[in-house]
Structure formats: C-alpha cells, structure tokens
Design a protein around this ligand. Structure first.
Ligand SMILES: [Ca+2]
Ligand SMILES: [Ca+2]
Length: 85
C-alpha cells in the first residue's frame, strides 16, 4: 500500500513538472522585447532607422555583458549612431 502511494506521489510530481515545462515553452518565444540580437548577425548604424533604436540595442547588449558588440558607438561616448535622426 505504501509503495502505491509513493508511485501516485511521483506521478503527481511529474505532472506538475510537465505543466511547468509546457507553460514555459508556451510563453517563451525568444525575448520579444529585445531591441536586437547581441550574438549576431552583426549590425551597423545603417540597419537602424533612428538613433533611439540603435541606442536601445547598444544599451541592451551592454546591459547583458556583450558590450558594444555591433560597433554602434565607435567613439565610445555612450551614444550610439550619432549620425542617425
Ligand atoms: Ca557592426
Ligand atoms: Ca558615440
């Protein structure tokens, strides 16, 4: 009797775990708020239409520890793509 309870308990735990994983997969389309991809392909100022977009990408990648991986801030003053509107 005790082992039956044990098996039922394990089954419940597995169901809960499965629920966690499926909800993760369902809600986890890769970072919809990311302004750009910090791991490539390489971006340049010409790939952004405004300075704010380039800035968001620069700040985002710096915040994640990638630094100015796309080379958007060539003079390293903290402002990305000064040439953009
Ligand atoms: Ca680049
Ligand atoms: Ca700059």
């Amino acid at each position: 009797m005790r082992s039956v309870l044990c098996i039922v308990g394990i089954g419940v735990v597995l169901l809960l775990l499965a629920g966690c994983f499926t909800s993760d997969i369902g809600g986890g389309s890769s970072s919809p708020t990311a302004p750009c991809n910090c791991t490539g392909p390489d971006l340049n100022c010409a790939d952004f239409s405004t300075q704010a977009e380039a800035q968001a990408c620069l700040d985002y990648c710096r915040g994640r520890g990638y630094g100015d991986i796309h080379g958007l801030d060539g003079d390293d003053d903290g402002r990305a793509c000064e040439s953009l509107p």
